[in-house]
Design a binder for this molecule. Structure first.
Ligand SMILES: Nc1ncnc2c1ncn2[C@@H]1O[C@H](COP(=O)(O)OP(=O)(O)O)[C@@H](O)[C@H]1O
Ligand SMILES: [Mg+2]
Length: 509
């Protein structure tokens, strides 16, 4: 007898449909054969399935059964075929009614006792099930929670093979899981707040501009000036991601088996700060089991590289393309996969190896060649891709001793949200979320300058010997500063502030 159900295999972060079918009663020795380009983990599936059938009190087939994973030319990876294979085996041997099974997508790894373990990529599978217009998806309970964020299909969580069989036979009824609704940042208590930062008004302003427009930012200053401190507080002023943006984030984490961050119930943007010893693969993704790297894990959020010159030069160079494209393409033996990686890039560095160049209280001990060598670690093209460069001077003793609190994160976040709303409306017909990700073709239209301002910018370009890319960045940052004031036109003060944020070009190149 023939039976079939729907499942999927994960390619990068996308779920690719796989039909699982079984045919029993064939002539030959009683044996279960699995065909359809399975990888080692899928092949082992048969042993796990047969063990869970025995422990679950089901009968093993007494004839030859062929299980096929289709399409045959697609490599099937992972252990999530256990559950659909077991169900097809049971249906083909008439131990399970097969009608309901055909309306669902099914995935999950089985333990030897028949208990289900979570599966990677559950959210992408749920999105696929919806696209295929299936009635719903059946997943191990833990994975079902993260998949329930997808609306419009029934998501069922099960804990064992026996429970799944009872459900499909109509012997027990289960309720579909509904996402509990995710808390927006207004209801989340952040452990770090901007009010703890004393002084540093220019730095605070620059960070607010950067977050308001999604611009990349590099903070340069001596040790102890609060570079790490302010960067770690950026999550508390980031705008709440839309549900669509959040689903994109969870899909990526779901592909590495960490989609459970959903169950904590906070709708937050990711903030990634990898250590400077990270490898190219760790940052970009790929490797033998190609998966997302830090730049994709930071998608729709922030990638923070503290002490930028400490990172290997090769690592910094591979960052350039994704910074421009918002996505990364990874080569693998079975072809290429493209992963999203649109993030706000935040980096910090000292101005020189000893850290005290230009400091008012300590004198710098570095020679000029030492300083040049240190700065050459950050290439011109990488620097060009950072919209805002800002100095973080050492705090004055009086500022450190002051009991005055800075403005709190919530107040800043409200302003940021308002500015993002202007950008959302401006770009509503495009696939663009903020000023920073506006393509060059739109810059002329959206960031036009009056004649006088045009001249100011040309002068600055000559004096600072800025590249064409830096020119575009200044216009985008000016647009954000104008938006923060609710101004339709880019005025002189907006432009001048944006030019200031390129100050380091002159000093660093
Ligand atoms: N503006 C500031 N307001 C309050 N404390 C600060 C400030 N800047 C630095 N500090 C204190 O100095 C410590 C070191 O700052 P940190 O951010 O690590 O400096 P950096 O990364 O620039 O070397 C912080 O943990 C904090 O206690
Ligand atoms: Mg630091």
């Amino acid at each position: 007898m023939l039976s079939h159900t729907h499942s999927a295999t994960l390619l990068g972060i996308s779920a690719i449909p796989v039909a699982v079918e079984a045919n029993s009663g064939e002539r030959g020795d009683p044996k279960v054969v699995l065909v359809g380009l399975p990888d080692a983990a899928v092949k082992e599936s048969l042993d796990r399935v047969q063990s869970s059938l025995t422990t679950g009190g089901f009968n093993l087939p007494r004839t030859r059964v062929t299980i096929n994973l289709a399409p045959a030319d697609l490599k099937k990876e992972g252990s999530s075929f256990d559950l659909p294979v077991a169900l097809c085996l049971l249906a083909s041997t008439k131990q399970l009614k097969s009608q309901l099974m055909e309306e669902f997508m099914v995935a999950g790894e089985l333990g030897l006792s028949g208990k289900l373990r979570p599966t990677r990529g559950a959210l992408s599978m749920a999105l696929l099930a919806k696209m295929q217009k299936l009635r719903g998806i059946i997943l191990p309970m833990e994975s079902a929670r993260e998949a329930s964020i997808v609306s419009g299909i029934e998501v069922y969580g099960v804990s064992s093979l026996a429970e799944t069989v009872d459900f499909l036979n109509g012997e027990v009824s289960l309720n579909p899981i509904h996402s509990s609704g995710l808390a927006s940042p207004d209801r989340i208590a952040f452990s770090h707040d901007f009010e703890e930062i004393k002084g540093q008004l220019r730095l605070r302003r620059a960070i607010e501009v950067a977050v308001a427009g999604g611009h990349n930012v590099l903070i340069v200053g001596p040790p102890g000036s609060g570079k790490s401190m302010i960067s770690k507080r950026i999550p508390s002023i980031l705008p709440c991601p839309s549900l669509e943006e959040f689903i994109e984030v969870v899909r990526i984490y779901s592909a590495i088996g960490q989609g459970g961050m959903i169950s904590s119930g906070d709708r937050l943007r990711p903030f990634r700060s990898p250590h400077h010893t990270i490898s190219d693969v760790g940052l970009i993704g790929g490797g033998t089991n190609p998966g997302p790297g830090e730049i994709s894990l930071a998608h729709n959020g922030v990638l923070f590289l503290d002490e930028l010159p400490e990172f290997k030069r090769s690592v910094l160079e591979v960052l350039r393309q994704p910074l421009e494209d918002g996505q990364v393409t990874i080569s693998r033996s079975a072809g290429k996969i493209t992963l999203p990686s649109r993030f706000m890039f935040v980096a910090s560095m000292n101005p020189c190896p000893c850290g005290y160049l230009g400091d008012s209280r300590n004198s710098c001990k570095c020679s000029i060649p030492q300083i040049q060598k240190y700065r050459a670690k950050i290439s011109g093209p990488l620097l060009d891709r950072i919209d805002i460069h800002i100095d973080a001077p050492s705090l004055e003793i009086s500022e450190i001793q002051s009991a005055d609190k800075g403005e709190d994160s919530k107040t800043i976040r409200i302003r940021v949200e308002k500015c993002r709303e202007i950008q959302r409306q401006r770009f509503c017909q495009y696939d663009i979320k903020n000023n920073a990700s506006m393509p060059d073709s739109l810059v002329e239209k959206v960031c036009s300058l009056g004649e006088e301002n045009q001249n100011i910018l040309l002068q600055a370009m000559n004096q600072l010997s800025l590249s064409a890319r830096a020119y575009i960045r200044i216009l985008k940052v000016s647009r954000t500063i104008a938006d923060m004031e609710g101004s339709f036109n880019i005025e002189r003060n907006h432009l001048l502030e944006a030019i200031q944020y390129r100050n380091l070009d002159r000093k660093l190149i």
